[in-house]
Design a protein around this ligand. Structure first.
Ligand code: PEP
Length: 260
C-alpha cells in the first residue's frame, strides 16, 4: 500500500505571529486525532519559520510524537560555502527538516531552476536523508499543443533518472500543471489521473514495477476541500501539494481528511 500524503506549501506568506498561530491550530487538531491517522501531513513554511515549525509540530516532552512533518520550500545544491543568502541540505537536515520542495514551477519560472539544477538539488537532499518533493507539470501552451505527456516525461528523465532504484524510497513527485497553480482552475480528476498514470508508467519502464508501485504521486494546482475528495479517489493520486488552501487550518485539514 502506498503512503498517503498532504503537503502545504505556504510560499512567501505569513508573518511570524501568523505562522505561530497556524502551526498551533494544525498541531492542536492533529494531536487530538481528528484527522485520518494514515495520512502524513507535511508543512512547508518559509525557511525563517522552519525551526518554529519543528518545535510546534511535535510534542514538547516527547519529540517522537510528531503531529506534522516539516518541509522546506527550496535548497541550494551545494553543501556549504560562499553562497550568500542560500540554505543547504545539511543545514536543513540539522534542523530536523524531513522534506523539501524542488522544481516548483515558480522557481523554474522566476529563478531559472532547470531540470539539471533539480537533479543536483535532489542529489544533495538525498545525501542528507531529506525527501525531495519534486514538482513537474506542463504550461498552458504545452497542454494546448498536446505536449503534456512529453513535458512530464522530459522533466522526470532529466531531473530524476540519474538516481538509483533505492533512492526512490525517499522520493515524492508532485504533478502540478502550471496552468492550475494559483489560478483557481483545478485539473479535472480524469486529467490528473491520466498524467499520474503516465508518470507511474514512465517510472516503471525505467525502474520496474516495485519502484513505480510504491512512489507517492501528489496532485497540486488549486486543489481545495471541495475538489480534493474526487482527486484523491483516483487510482494513481496519493495526496496533494496544496498552496493557497494550506494557509487556513480548517480548509487544509479538510483536505487532509479527503481520502476515502
Ligand atoms: C503550489 O504552489 O504548489 C500550489 C499547488 O498552489 P495552489 O494550490 O495555490 O494552486
Amino acid at each position: 500500500m502506498r503512503r498517503k500524503l498532504v503537503a502545504g506549501n505556504w510560499k512567501m506568506n505569513k508573518t511570524f505571529q501568523e505562522a505561530e498561530e497556524l502551526f498551533d491550530e494544525l498541531a492542536d487538531s492533529l494531536k487530538n486525532g481528528q484527522e485520518q491517522s494514515d495520512v502524513e501531513v507535511v508543512v512547508c513554511p518559509p525557511s525563517v519559520y522552519l525551526e518554529m515549525a519543528h518545535d510546534l509540530g511535535s510534542d514538547e516532552e516527547d519529540e517522537t510524537q510528531v503531529f506534522f512533518s516539516v518541509g522546506a520550500q527550496n535548497v541550494n545544491e551545494h553543501a556549504s560555502g560562499a553562497y550568500t543568502g542560500e540554505i543547504s541540505a545539511p543545514m536543513l537536515a540539522s534542523m530536523g527538516v524531513e522534506y523539501c520542495i524542488v522544481g516548483h514551477s515558480e522557481r523554474r519560472r522566476y529563478y531559472g531552476e532547470t531540470d539539471s539544477l533539480v537533479a543536483s538539488k535532489v542529489e544533495s537532499l538525498l545525501q542528507c536523508g531529506i525527501s525531495p518533493i519534486v514538482c513537474i507539470g506542463e504550461t498552458l501552451e504545452e497542454r494546448e499543443a498536446g505536449k503534456q505527456f512529453e513535458t512530464v516525461e522530459r522533466q522526470l528523465k532529466n531531473g530524476l533518472f540519474h538516481l538509483q532504484p533505492l533512492d526512490f524510497v525517499r522520493l515524492v513527485i508532485a504533478y502540478e500543471p502550471v496552468w492550475a497553480i494559483g489560478t483557481g482552475k483545478t485539473a479535472t480528476p480524469a486529467q490528473a489521473q491520466e498524467i499520474h498514470a503516465h508518470i507511474r508508467n514512465v517510472i516503471q519502464e525505467q525502474y520496474g514495477k516495485a519502484v513505480a508501485a510504491t512512489i507517492p504521486l501528489l496532485y497540486g494546482g488549486s486543489c481545495n476541500a471541495r475538489t480534493a475528495p474526487e482527486l484523491f479517489a483516483q487510482a494513481d493520486i496519493d495526496g496533494g501539494l496544496i498552496g493557497g488552501a494550506s494557509l487556513q487550518a480548517e480548509e487544509f485539514l479538510k483536505i487532509v481528511n479527503s481520502f476515502d
